[in-house]
Design a binder for this molecule. Structure first.
Ligand code: ASP
Length: 319
C-alpha cells in the first residue's frame, strides 16, 4: 500500500542548459525524454522494492552519465585547453554523509567515485590526481579518454573559443551549461541527492563548479529536503544555493515549493541562470528553473513517469 508516509518519489534533471527551442528537432527532444525516462526507471526500480534513496539517486545518475546527450560522464564538455574535468557528489540525508570528487578524467562514472569517497574513505572531497589514485585503489571502473570524446562536444568548444576571439563568448548563455542530478525520498523516509557534471564549456582547467560542493550544487537532510542543482556554478556557490533551500525550510518554515522557487529567483536576480530539483520528506516535489528549459522528470510511488524539457506540460509515460 502506498501512503504519504511510506511512498517514494524520485526526480532527475539533465541540466538547465537546454538546446534552444528553435534548434530542438523532434527526434533530439525525444532522445532527451528517453534518456530521462531511463534514469527514472533505474532509480524507481530500486525504490519500488524498498531500496534506499542513496542507491536510487546513484543509479539514476549513472544512467545519465552513460548517455552522451548529457553533460556528465561520457558526454562531458571540454575545458578551454581541450581537456575534460569532471565533478560529482552524493549526499545521504539520513546521516549527512557525503562524498565528492572534482577535476577528474578516467572513472567511467564519476558519481561512483563520489560514492566511494563517501563510503570507503573518512574524507568528503578528493580532487585531481589524488582522487584518481583513490579510485584505482578502490577498483572503480575506468574508461579510455576516447570513451569521453565526442565530435559534438569538440565543436561546441571550438564555437565557444571562436566566440571569445570575437569577444562574444557563449559561456554565460544557457548553452554553456549542463549537469545531471537526482533526488529521492525512499519508502523509509530517507532523502538523498546526487549531482554530476563536466562543468561549463571552455572552463579554465582547474575550475571547479558548484556540483561537487556540499551546500551549493547538492544537499540532503532528512529533516528538510534533498536538492540537486544545475546552472552557472559560480552563482550557486556564492549563494550557497542547495543549503539555502533547506535553511529556508528549517528556519523560516517555508514549504519546499516556496523555498526552492525563492532560491532560483534569488539566483536570477544576481544574474545566475539555472534551476534545481528537490524533494522533501512529505514527498513534495519542486523543479524550478529560471532558464528557457531544464531537462527534468519525476516518478512517484505507483505513478507514471513524467518528463519535460521546456515550460510545458509534462509528458506522462507508462508505469
Ligand atoms: N553547475 C555546473 C557547473 O557550474 C554546470 C551546469 O549545471 O550547467 O559546473
Amino acid at each position: 500500500m502506498t501512503s504519504t508516509e511510506t511512498g517514494f518519489v524520485l526526480a532527475v534533471h539533465g541540466g538547465a542548459g537546454t538546446v534552444p527551442r528553435v534548434d530542438a528537432t523532434a527526434s533530439l527532444t525525444a532522445l532527451h525524454h528517453t534518456g530521462l525516462r531511463r534514469a527514472l526507471i533505474a532509480g524507481r526500480d530500486i525504490l519500488a522494492v524498498g531500496g534506499r534513496a542513496i542507491d536510487a539517486v546513484t543509479a539514476a545518475v549513472v544512467v545519465l552519465e552513460d548517455d552522451p546527450l548529457f553533460n556528465a560522464g561520457r558526454g562531458s564538455v571540454f575545458t578551454a585547453t581541450g581537456t575534460q574535468e569532471m565533478d560529482a557528489s552524493v549526499m545521504d540525508g539520513s546521516d549527512h554523509r557525503a562524498g565528492a570528487v572534482a577535476g577528474i578524467l578516467g572513472p567511467r562514472n564519476p558519481v561512483l567515485a563520489a560514492r566511494a569517497v563517501m563510503e570507503r574513505s573518512n574524507q568528503v572531497f578528493l580532487i585531481g590526481e589524488g582522487a584518481l589514485a583513490f579510485c584505482r585503489e578502490q577498483g572503480i571502473a575506468f574508461a579510455e579518454p576516447s570513451y569521453f570524446y565526442s565530435e559534438k562536444r569538440w565543436r561546441e568548444l571550438q564555437h565557444e573559443l571562436a566566440g571569445r576571439r570575437r569577444e562574444m563568448p557563449i559561456v554565460t548563455a544557457e548553452q554553456g551549461h549542463g549537469t545531471v542530478g537526482a533526488v529521492a525520498r525512499d519508502r523509509h523516509g530517507n532523502l538523498a541527492a546526487a549531482t554530476s557534471t563536466g562543468g561549463m564549456v571552455g572552463k579554465t582547467p582547474g575550475r571547479v563548479g558548484d556540483s561537487p560542493i556540499i551546500g551549493a550544487g547538492i544537499y540532503a537532510d532528512n529533516g528538510t529536503c534533498a536538492v540537486s542543482a544545475t546552472g552557472h556554478g559560480e552563482f550557486f556557490m556564492r549563494y550557497g544555493a542547495a543549503f539555502e533551500v533547506a535553511a529556508r525550510m528549517r528556519y523560516a518554515n517555508q514549504s519546499l515549493q516556496l523555498a526552492a522557487r525563492s532560491v532560483v529567483d534569488g539566483l536570477a536576480a544576481m544574474g545566475g541562470s539555472g534551476g534545481l530539483v528537490a524533494v522533501d520528506r512529505t514527498r513534495a516535489l519542486a523543479m524550478p528553473f529560471n532558464t528557457a528549459g531544464m531537462y527534468r522528470g519525476y516518478v512517484q510511488d505507483g505513478g507514471a513517469i513524467h518528463t519535460a524539457v521546456y515550460d510545458e506540460p509534462y509528458q506522462a509515460g507508462p508505469h
